[in-house]
Design a protein around this ligand. Structure first.
Ligand code: PLP
Length: 478
């Protein structure tokens, strides 16, 4: 399997080369040159593998189709270390639970940080450690987070050889649970840097440091953001696991609703569908930051400026642009990478938007690729959380509530609808309390979280100080 950029750079790369990289040199994202096709027989065989040998084996089967530069025994060992009952809470890893007839929730949030990002990030931790050791290299991951991404990255990389994490976050602006989760890590390779500013200040610092090419090279600066192909690939697996749990007959069709921000999660569903998984619809659910909903309704993709980006009660979906969207657009335009380059490099840069409404491929693709969308607001979120609690005695988080609200607008008779649960409610306890009048239950493993000692360095939003901090910690080897 080889990988190429969405913007047409002809160079073909192997999996382990793109594993440790961010964007392609032409600014595009990496995609495989083709999607492996799964026959109906193969799908049945995987159904049995999941039932009899479990999620780790299923993950290995799927990943093997895309990774041919890691010996199979090593890849299998990493899948087995990652997808365990100890780490994800159940043998099914991603269990499916029913709501009303025909509607299910796929639980993706029982990993170490209680959000679906663990599903991919936990594997990424092993892949990074493995590949860095093989190359005799080290990597310093520099990131900016307002919550879920940073904690998932830290819990995946803690204690890993050859990796340090420097995670910036806006001082005092994360939820108390998220802050305690990150800052309580005592591993010496994890560094929390609280910036006296907002999330955009953190992101600007990361951009400035990464934009200093000498510094970046000298200190081996890298990232783990959602455009990483390995993260997307790891997420493809649970669409299959969800499908097998929601169906009994070969060929039966299922729809998935995905609470979406950067389009990474739902793009993995798109890849599963392109491989031949019988998905009827992929429902893209957004919050008030409805860039994607507007696109699927109108064909116009318009990014928001930071002051047009709302701070909502489903904060992990508060995006101004959807970083993974470019991958989908390449498929929508049937592989026309030059056109993708013009849209994302020229039109988006110049006008902040592009318009595919008049393009027959847009209408055709909406049908052919099975995408629909919807949006949900704070009031919808509260109502959905209340209603789910009243009718099913279940508490769902705010992002999953956005998904469930939109899912119900797209139900079809005889097609099971699977809503992806992207976080547990304890992470967003304030909104749950607002909806239900009481806080959600805290998983036992986190009961003492508020009491654990915290490690964080507070800094002003100053690029030079962050660089000095990184330099100092690389040189003392901590
Ligand atoms: C990251 C995140 C999302 C959005 O996922 P994308 O892959 O960026 O679309 C949704 N919900 C939660 C809880 C998240 O952490």
């Amino acid at each position: 399997m080889r990988y190429v950029s969405t913007r047409g750079n002809p160079e073909q790369r192997r999996f382990c080369d793109i594993l440790l990289e961010g964007l392609a040199p032409d600014g595009g994202l990496y995609l495989p040159t083709s999607y492996p096709q799964i026959s109906a027989d193969q799908l049945q065989a995987w159904r049995l593998i999941y039932a009899e040998q479990g999620y780790a084996q299923l993950a290995f089967e799927i990943l093997s189709l895309y990774i041919d530069d890691i010996p199979p025994a090593d890849l299998l060992a990493m899948c087995q270390k990652t997808y365990t009952k100890e780490i994800f809470g159940t043998a099914a890893i991603t269990p499916l639970r029913p709501l009303e007839a025909g509607v299910f929730v796929l639980a993706l949030s029982n990993g170490p940080t209680l959000a679906f990002k663990d599903m991919a990030m936990q594997l990424l931790g092993h892949l990074f450690e493995y590949e860095l050791a093989r190359r005799g290299e080290e990597l310093n991951i520099l990131g900016a987070t307002s919550g879920d991404t940073g904690s998932a990255a830290e819990y995946a990389m803690r204690g890993k050889q050859g990796v340090r994490v420097f995670m910036t976050s806006p001082h005092g602006r994360m939820s108390p649970f998220q802050q305690a989760q990150m800052f309580s890590l005592q591993d010496t390779n994890i560094h929390n840097i609280a910036i006296e500013g907002v999330f955009d200040d953190c992101q600007d610092i990361v951009k400035a440091v990464s934009g200093d090419h000498d510094f970046k090279r000298k200190y081996h600066i890298g990232t783990v953001n959602s455009i990483n192909w390995a993260r997307l690939l790891a997420q493809v697996v649970y669409y299959f696991a969800g499908y097998f749990q929601a169906t009994t007959q070969p060929g039966q069709r299922v729809s998935f609703t995905v609470p979406s921000g950067n389009f990474g999660n739902v793009c993995a569903g798109h890849v599963a569908r392109c491989m031949g998984l019988p998905i009827e619809k992929l429902v893209v659910a957004t919050n008030e930051n409805d860039v994607l909903d507007v696109f699927f309704k109108t064909g116009v993709y318009r990014v928001r400026s930071s002051d047009q980006t709302h701070e909502t009660s489903s904060p992990s979906m508060d995006i101004s642009k959807a970083s993974n969207f470019e991958r989908f657009v390449l498929d929508l335009l049937q592989g026309d990478a030059q056109r993708v380059r013009r849209l994302f490099q020229d039109d988006l840069q110049r006008e902040g938007q592009f318009d595919l409404s008049l393009d027959p491929l847009f209408q055709q693709a909406k049908q052919g690729l099975g995408f629909v969308s919807g949006r949900s607001t704070h009031a919808d979120r509260l109502r959905t959380i209340q209603d789910t609690h009243r009718r099913f005695a279940q508490i769902i988080d705010t992002h999953t509530a956005d998904g469930l609200k939109v899912a119900r607008e797209h139900l079809q008779a005889d097609v099971p609808m699977v809503v992806l649960e992207t976080a547990l409610p304890i992470k967003f306890a304030d909104t749950i309390t607002q909806a239900l009048g009481h806080a959600p239950p805290c998983p036992p493993a986190f009961a003492d979280l508020p009491q654990r000692p915290q490690r964080v360095t507070v800094m002003s939003p100053d690029v030079a100080s962050v660089k000095a901090y990184i330099r100092q910690h690389c040189e003392i080897g901590a």
